[in-house]
Design a binder for this molecule. Structure first.
Ligand code: AMP
Length: 289
């Protein structure tokens, strides 16, 4: 395979058969699963993968199974050419970009991977079935690519927690590596969905990262104070123009995603989701009490 110093274009493969051929002598293999519309956040994952493996595979697949009926599957940004160029910048060896029919030849699979109780909280409440779709496609990608390690972003905190549980509970032979949240210079967490935001919506959306910052500043006074500080920022933004409509704000135990008590000691994650215009955004931060 190409070495880590070679920045030539990656090999783009569309089928499991082509993928297996491309990975014949792959050595230690890292997978970075994505839905494309790649940005700096995805590239930071690729860099972590590049440092740890002989061969880096980026999968690009907008997975219909993880979108609800009224979500943005149809309008989700798609740009394989631009994505391949970003992969080339990071020395990615193989881009696996299957068609929906290749991943799901018989339509929706009859057998899926259920996330259980932890998958029904927060994102799972707002997006029923979302994590079944995520775990099912990640399980399939693990079987197709057979990576030694896979890199996921902490931006999707509940997703990476559930993938870690899936790997532990179902004995997938893969190491899961977490990557810190990459933010744009204004503080907004980088996201493929940020392209949906108008200039005014983007300014309003900064309330999400400000809310997390407020919680971190109040953390010395305990969990309840941190929660209240974050909620105050979101409340103000809810009355702004355009309004930021909060979906959830939760201070949770990272191993269960259940709310922590007001007098909690130790690690917690403050996770939030909000809608600005038609765009749904999520963000989170770790806080130690
Ligand atoms: P997506 O294409 O949105 O499904 O994301 C693919 C992977 O990139 C997931 O593991 C995400 O958590 C990760 N990711 C997306 N945005 C960021 C970000 N701003 N910082 C770090 N990781 C990210």
């Amino acid at each position: 395979m190409t070495s880590s110093t070679d920045r030539s274009a990656p090999l783009v493969v569309r089928t499991p058969h082509e993928l297996r051929r491309a990975l014949a002598d792959a050595g230690r293999t890292a997978l970075v699963p994505t839905m494309g519309a790649l940005h700096g956040g995805h590239q930071s994952l690729m860099r972590i993968a590049r440092e740890r493996a002989d061969t880096v595979v980026v999968s690009i697949f907008v997975n219909p199974l993880q979108f609800g009926p009224n979500e943005d599957f149809d309008r989700y940004p798609r740009d394989l050419e631009g994505d391949t160029a970003r992969c080339a910048q990071e020395g990615v060896d193989v881009v696996f970009a299957p068609e929906t029919e290749t991943m799901y030849p018989a339509g929706r699979p009859m057998v899926t991977i259920e996330a259980g109780e932890m998958g029904e909280r927060l994102e799972g409440t707002s997006r029923p079935g979302h994590f079944t779709g995520v775990l099912t496609v990640v399980g399939k990608l693990f079987h197709l690519v057979r990576p030694d390690l896979a890199v996921f972003g902490e931006k999707d905190a509940q997703q990476i927690a559930l993938i870690r549980r899936m790997v532990a509970d179902l004995d997938f032979p893969v190491e899961i590596v977490g990557a810190p949240i990459l933010r744009d210079p204004d503080g907004l967490a980088s996201s493929s969905r940020n392209v949906y935001l108008s200039a005014a919506e983007r300014t309003a959306a900064l309330a999400l990262s400000r809310s997390l910052e407020a919680a971190r500043s109040a953390a010395g006074r305990g969990a309840a104070a941190a929660r209240t500080a974050a909620a105050a920022v979101l409340e103000e933004a809810a009355g702004g123009e355009p309004p930021v409509e909060p979906d959830y704000l939760a201070l949770i135990d990272p191993s269960t995603f259940a709310e922590v008590a007001d007098d909690h000691r130790g690690d917690a994650v403050l996770a939030l989701a909000a809608r600005v215009g038609t765009t749904r955004l999520i963000d989170n931060t770790s806080i130690r009490f």
